[in-house]
Write a protein that binds this ligand. Sequence first.
Ligand code: PNS
Length: 162
Amino acid sequence: MHRRAIYPGSFDPVTNGHLDILERGLKLFDEVIVAILVNPNKKCVFTVEERIDMLESCLVDYPNARVDTFGGLLVDYAAKMDAQAILRGMRAVSDFEYEFQLALMNRRLNRDIQSVFLMTGLRWIFTSSSIIKEAASFGGNIEGMVPDLVRERLSKKLGHPL
Ligand code: PNS
């Protein structure tokens, strides 16, 4: 059986915390599809194309991972892709309530797809795309929190060095 998982998210932008979860997810699954949610109602800093491009560059060393986009229900996309699982990272307790709600709703919608959570590495426990974007918007040092390429793209987007 080919074990395939969907790793969904906004990835606006991808962080080192995301890559840590992906790398560990690849030890459990034969293939992981990093799926960017296309949601025109959500205001993102990077366009979908820019997020695909950054993710693809970050995934060159992971032959069993690929990038895709999806809209609508996550479980419908997972079923369409023949995936058995949804992979999510869990950070501090604050993530739990939302993730629990998401997992229970997804299970109610499709009982054949399992939600699998990996605890984030301690060094990424407070890393999130939003906090990184906030620090970066004020010129804060985000080195080591995102891949260098992402830091460069963010710096270009914000118009100041990071
Ligand atoms: O990285 P994020 O923004 O926390 O990811 C959230 C995501 C994309 C996993 C979630 O919003 C999602 O799955 N959206 C698609 C719609 C859906 O299926 N929602 C859950 C059941 S209603």
